[in-house]
Design a protein around this ligand. Structure first.
Ligand code: FAD
Length: 529
C-alpha cells in the first residue's frame, strides 16, 4: 500500500462517491474510529487538514498509561479503562508500545503524603491485574537513580506503565484502517459542513491543502459525519449553532541529550513550586522532562510552543529533582508543546478539568473529543456504538477485538538484524515491515546520527507514507526533529540523497521545503523559540 502523489490523485478522484462515514481529524481519535469502522466493512473516509498526527497526537508525553494522577482525583472509571487498554496495547503492540519502569520519589514537605501514593498504586496494580509496585527507602531509590536529589528524599515507589512513539502509533492505526479498506487523506481540510433541508449534517466541503492540489475543493457526502478534531472541535460545532464548550490547555516538554540525564527508567516527583507531578523519562535516545498544564490562548492556526515561563518552570523542576546533573538551559536540545481540549467547567486550576472523553450528537454531527492516546480503541467503540443506527448493518463484524493487528514476525526473522531492531521495526511499521526490511537489506549504514531511526525508515516514509512536506518526514514519520541537534538539519543533505527522488521533488522544491522546515523548527521547537 504505497501512499504517494499518484495515490493522492486516485483518492481525490473517488471522493464524490457517497460514503457511509466521514471522520474529520487525523489524530489518534480519528484514526481509531476509521480503523474500527473499516473493520466493520463501512465505506469510511478520514480527512486531516494538515499531516496525520500533526495536532496533539504527536506532542503528547508518549505514555501509554492508566494515569496514576487521575486515580488521586477520584477518576476510577477513567483509570480502569486506561489501565486495561494499556495492557492490551502492551500485548498487541510489541515493539511500538514498550513497558516503562517508574520511580516515584517522595520528599519531606510534599503536599501529598507517601501513603496516598502507596494506596493508589495498590489500586493501580489491581486494575491491571499485575503486582509490580514496591516501596524503597531513599538509599535504594538512589541506587536505581543516582542522579536523584538526596535532599529531603524520604523514599519512594517503583511501578510500571508503558511508553510509545505517539505519531507512529497514529500512523500504524491509520495504515491498518487502510489495509481493512478505509481511506485516509492528509492535507484535506473541512472548510464547512453541508446540511440537509432538515438541518442534519450529511457532508463536508473539502479543500486540498497540498501544494500540488492547487487549492481545489469538493463536496463529499456521507450517512454520518464524525468530528474528531480534538482541541479544534468547537469550530465545527459552532458552525451548526452549538455553543462552544471547550477549554484549551497547553502542556510543554523539554528535551535534553540523554547524556545530560542518563535515565534508564522514568522518574516522577512533585514540583516544588506548585506540587504538580512532573516527570523525566528516556525516549528515543533523549531524555524528556514534562509537563506543564496552562491555559492556551494562542491562535489554533499557529503551532503551539513552550512559553519562556513554562521553560523556566520546567528547568526549575529538573534542577530540583536532579541537582547533580547540573542541567542548564544551554543543554536543551528542543522543546515541544501540545494542546488538549477539555470541557470547560470553569475550574480555577486547569489540571482539575476532567480528562475523560465526551461524545456529543448534534444535528447529525457526532463530536468525539477529550480522552487520551491510550484509550483510542475504547473511544472508537463508544463513538460507533452511538451512531450504529445511522449506518448500514456491518458487512463484516470486526473479526477480533484487537487494538492492533497481529504482525507476522517470521518475516522480520529472515533479516539478519538484531532481534531488538526487528521488533522495533515490526512494531512501528506493522504490515509494512517487509517493505522497510527490503530497503535495509540494500543499504549498509543503518542508523541516523545516534538516533535509533534507520535510513531505510526515512526512505520508506518518503516513498509510501503520504509525506507532503519535509516536517511530516522529520517530525512525525521519524522523530529526528525532536531527538537530533538542531532538529536534525545537519542530516538533511545526506537525507536528500535518500528521499528527494522518492518524494518526486525537484531541487527548487527541496530547497523551499528545507527553508520552511528551518522556520517551523525555530518557531515552535527550538529552545529559544
Ligand atoms: P488531535 O491529535 O489534535 O487531532 C485532531 C486533528 O484534527 C488535528 O490533526 C487537526 O489538524 C485536525 N483538524 C482540525 N480541524 C480540521 C478540519 N477543519 N478539517 C480536517 N482536519 C481538522 N494521552 C496519553 O494517553 N498519554 C500521554 O502521555 C499523554 N500526554 C499528553 C500530553 C499533553 C501535553 C497533552 C496536551 C495531551 C496528552 N495526552 C496523553 C492526551 C492525548 O495526547 C490526546 O488526548 C490525543 O492526542 C488527542 O487526539 P485527537 O485525535 O483527539 O486530537
Amino acid at each position: 500500500m504505497i501512499w504517494n502523489a499518484a495515490w493522492r490523485e486516485q483518492v481525490w478522484s473517488e471522493l464524490s462517491e457517497p460514503w457511509d462515514l466521514i471522520v474529520i481529524g487525523g489524530g489518534i481519535t480519528g484514526a481509531g474510529i476509521l480503523r474500527e469502522a473499516a473493520r466493520n466493512g463501512w465505506r469510511s473516509l478520514l480527512v486531516e487538514a494538515n499531516d496525520f498526527a500533526s495536532g496533539t497526537s504527536s506532542r503528547s508525553s508518549k505514555l501509554v498509561h492508566g494515569g496514576l494522577r487521575y486515580l488521586r482525583d477520584g477518576k476510577l472509571r477513567l483509570t480502569l479503562v486506561s489501565v486495561r487498554e494499556r495492557q492490551h496495547l502492551l500485548k498487541q503492540g510489541r515493539g511500538l508500545i514498550n513497558p516503562l519502569g517508574f520511580l516515584l520519589a517522595n520528599y519531606a514537605g510534599d503536599r501529598i503524603p507517601a501513603w496516598v501514593f502507596g494506596l493508589g498504586l495498590v489500586m493501580y496494580d489491581l486494575m491491571g491485574l499485575q503486582w509490580g509496585h514496591r516501596h524503597y527507602d531513599s538509599a535504594m531509590l538512589r541506587s536505581f537513580c543516582p542522579q536523584l536529589s538526596a535532599n529531603g528524599l524520604s523514599g519512594g515507589f517503583r511501578y510500571f506503565d508503558a511508553q510509545t512513539d505517539d505519531a507512529r502509533l497514529v500512523l500504524r492505526v491509520i495504515r491498518e484502517a487502510g489495509f481493512a479498506g478505509g481511506v485516509a487523506l492528509n492535507y484535506a481540510r473541512v472548510e464547512s459542513l453541508i446540511r440537509s433541508t432538515k438541518g442534519q449534517v450529511h457532508g463536508v466541503v473539502l479543500s486540498d491543502q497540498a501544494p500540488d492540489g492547487h487549492g481545489r475543493s469538493i463536496e463529499v457526502y456521507a450517512r454520518q459525519v464524525v468530528n474528531a478534531t480534538g482541541a479544534w472541535a468547537d469550530r465545527l460545532r459552532v458552525d451548526i449553532g452549538s455553543p462552544a464548550r471547550m477549554r484549551r490547555l497547553r502542556g510543554s516538554h523539554l528535551v535534553f541529550p540523554w547524556e545530560n540525564l542518563p535515565l534508564t527508567r522514568a522518574v516522577t516527583f512533585l514540583h516544588p513550586y506548585d506540587g504538580r507531578p512532573v516527570f523525566a523519562f528516556p525516549w528515543e535516545g533523549v531524555t524528556i522532562f514534562g509537563t506543564t498544564d496552562t491555559e492556551h490562548k494562542d491562535d489554533l492556526h499557529l503551532d503551539p510552543r513552550a512559553s519562556p515561563r513554562e521553560i523556566e518552570y520546567l528547568l526549575e523542576g529538573i534542577v530540583y529533582g536532579f541537582p547533580d546533573a547540573a542541567i542548564q538551559s544551554s543543554d536543551l536540545r528542543c522543546t515541544f508543546a501540545g494542546v488538549r481540549g477539555v470541557i470547560d467547567t470553569g475550574k480555577q486550576i486547569p489540571s482539575q478539568e476532567s480528562r475523560e472523553h465526551v461524545i456529543w450528537n448534534e444535528q447529525g454531527l457526532l463530536t468525539v473529543t477529550g480522552g487520551k492516546l491510550t484509550t483510542f480503541q475504547a473511544m472508537a467503540r463508544d463513538a460507533l456504538g452511538t451512531i450504529r443506527g445511522n449506518l448500514p448493518p456491518p458487512i463484516r463484524k470486526a473479526r477480533s477485538k484487537r487494538v492492533l493487528d497481529e504482525i507476522d514476525l517470521e518475516v522480520a526473522k529472515q533479516s539478519n538484524l538484531p532481534a531488538s531492531t526487528r521488533l522495533r521495526l515490526a512494531g512501528r511499521y506493522g504490515h509494512d515491515i517487509k517493505d522497510v526490511l527490503a530497503l535495509i537489506d540494500r543499504n549498509e549504514d543503518l542508523t541516523i546520527g545516534n538516533s535509533p531511526h534507520t535510513w531505510a525508515e526515512l526512505c520508506w516514509a518518503a516513498r509510501g507514507e503520504a509525506v507532503v512536506h519535509l516536517d511530516d518526514l522529520m517530525l512525525r514519520r521519524v522523530r529526528l526533529g525532536l531527538t537530533l541537534p538542531e532538529g536534525g538539519t545537519r542530516e538533511l543533505e545526506h537525507a536528500r540523497s535518500w528521499v528527494q527522488t522518492e518524494l518526486g521533488w525537484d531541487d527548487q522544491r527541496w530547497l523551499k521545503e528545507v527553508d520552511a522546515y528551518h522556520k517551523l523548527w525555530h518557531t515552535a521547537y527550538s529552545p529559544a523559540a
